[in-house]
Each structure stands twice: as C-alpha cells, then as structure tokens.
Ligand binder design. Sequence first.
Ligand SMILES: [Zn+2]
Length: 435
Amino acid sequence: MKRKLDWSEYVEFDFKKFKTVTSAFGVKRIYAMGLMPVRGAEGFRKLDYEFAEKKLNIIEVMNKLDECHFNVFGLVIKDTDGACVWDTDVGWNPTGRDILGEFCDAGKDRNIKIMVSFTSMNDAYQGNLHPERVSVHGKNGKKHGIKYRKGDISTHDEGEMRVELPEKVSFKDYKAKVPFLTENIDKKQGKARGARGKGYIPSTSFMCPNSEHVNYLLELTKEVVKRYPIKGFFADYIRYDGAFMELCACHRCVEKFRTNYGPKAKLLTSHEWHGFKSDTIAEYAQKLQNAIKSVNINCISGWFCLPGPKKMFTQKRLGQDWAKLSSILDVASPMEYPYLMGTRDDGWYWGKVGSLFYWYFIRNMKKRIHEFNSPILAITNSVECNTDEMLKQMRGFDFGLGIALFKYFGTTKAQWHGLKEYAEKEIGLENLIIN
Ligand SMILES: [Zn+2]
C-alpha cells in the first residue's frame, strides 16, 4: 500500500479544533462525497435542470455512498447558476423540488451526515435579475476574445457549463425559464479544461461583495440552517472573479475604499486596494459566520479556496486572505484538483500535465499550510481522472481531518471500487462510524 503524506511534518495540528469539527459530524474522520444536482448525470460541464427535477434518484445516491462507507454527503445547494435547490421563500428554485430536504431525510435513514456547499459571489441568475449588483470592470480589457470596457458589468459567457434544450422546448421558451441563457453555442468538445462542454452557453456574473447581494446570501443562509438538519455549511466562490484583475470598481466599492483609505489612495493596483479586497471578503465571511451560528451554533462553517501563488493570485485577484478567513470560519477547504488539468486517460501529454499540477499543488500546500488557522478538509476530484490518479490525490491531500471528493456523477465503476477499498483498508471503518 502506498503511504499517506504526513502533513504533521509541515504544520502543527490543533487537535482541539479537530475535535470540534469531528464531533459536530459525530465521526472520527470525515469521508465525504459531493454532488452537484444541476450539472447532469456525468461530469460537471452541463447545466441541466431537467435532470435535477426528474432524474436525480436520491435513494440510489445514498445507497451507493452507504455501500462505499462515506459518512458525510456534500450537496451543492447553490451552484454558479444561482439556483437554490431547497424549499426556499427567498431564492430561485427552477427544479421545483426540495432536493436538500430529500437528501436530509435519506441521510437520517442511513446515518450519513449532510453538509452543503453554497456558491456566494458567482451567481448567473442574480446577475441577470440585478445587473446593478454585478461587479464592475475598472479598466478596458480583453479576455477569451471578449472585449469589455471600464464601467462595464462583469457578466460574461460562462466558462464551464453548457445547456442542451430539453426535448420539444424552443430556445425562446427555455430562455423564459433560464433568463441568463445566451444564443452562443459551443458545438465541439475539446480536451483543455475550458473546452470540454457542448451546447448553449449561459452567461455568468460575479456579484459585487459590497452590494445588496450579500444580504440576499445571508437571508438564504439563515433559511437553510434553520430549516434543515445540516452539520456543515461551506461557502464556495467566497472571492472575486480570478479571471480579472480589476474587479470591483463600482461606485459602492470606490466610495468605501476612499472612506477607509483616504482620497489619495490608489485604485485597482495599490497595496491598499488589495488589502481592501481581502477585507471585503473577510467581512462577508464574518457576516456569514454570524448568520450560521445565530441559528445553529453547532453547524460547522467552512470555505473553499484555490491553491496558487499567494500574492499574485490568492490575494490580488481573488481577494482571499487564507489567514484571515480561516480565523473566522471553522474549516478551510482547498480544492485540490490537479488531474482536472489533465489526465493520463486523455493520452501521455495530458498525463504529464496532470502530474505536473499534482507536484505543484503539493508544493504549494507545503509552502502555505502554515497560513491556515483552522483544520483543513481538502476536496479532490474523482471525476475526469482515473482510479490511480484519484487515490494518489486522496493520499496526498488528507490534512488529518479526512478527505472529500468531487463528484458523485462521473465517478467510474473502477473508482467506486477504489473508494470502498480506500475506506476499508486505508482509513479504517472504525474511524468512519457515526457515533
Ligand atoms: Zn463593487
């Protein structure tokens, strides 16, 4: 058996904090699988409400997880499209189904704990409904062939998800249901990460984190924590759009920046501006923490982050200060997806690309793990890589708390087999039993 990477050589684990998290879930170690209900039955390149509404078989999913010894299930209750897949009075639910409620019931029957992932700033539906809340470009520029000008809102073609029209439904009728759909279409499938989807291209928006959007998110959060017996609430896209350097330059942000740093402080490029960005995100994290804990003090809060260089990427682009955010929220969840960049299954070259990213992601964590002030639960991918690559990531990125995987649909039969065996032989079933 291949050995796990021992992270205690790189960081001192805080076992008291570990215990708070594991006892909230009622387990010794977390073994979690994630599911994105609006992305269809295979990978994550589709946006498919028909699937979520009519085909998603919750009992089948939970039986499978039970069989493979998963003790936590992570449901993406709000994806980047903005759909809220629970019984909501505040948000938009195009599936007409209480998917979260159904999973909570099925989890109770099987002793699988439920946590949710909640996309925050990226929200296609809200961007369409409230363009005045979308973040604003501070400079002219060009990206992926799209030109934008200073003052334009940051609503662009979605990079990942594609939409196929349901049978016998016209584009016009479908657009009435999904208002952020565009007439642009991707006909061919490629192997590069951004080129694997096929179908109509929806638009997407990164909302301004100083806008009313934040209050909308907090209302949704309280609703979810109040109505459902979830053990964890993790914020995804708790950041600015990483594709652009100069967001958000809306009047709200500029005014707030001037108030905090004075009339002479430089917009967009200064040290102060980057500090302002990460303070803005940390402020949202604090509000989120308060919202969760005000309803259920035992619900574990968390946030997702992308590995990468600290200054150029994490701080300047995303506005994520790992030290600050992990002092506020209970668990940090780095998204360790090196083999999404390339898998051996697509040929020798793509295998090399994946290996290179694996090496880089490990090195990046070794360098940066000390920035985290909380326990870490990494999420790694099962989808779009092979069993060996998947297991290598699971052994590499377990930071003591356990491991989470992404995602249910797209995991192959061989991988399910590997996952079951990993639980039995490497984690140990005694560590996975729910108390
Ligand atoms: Zn703004």
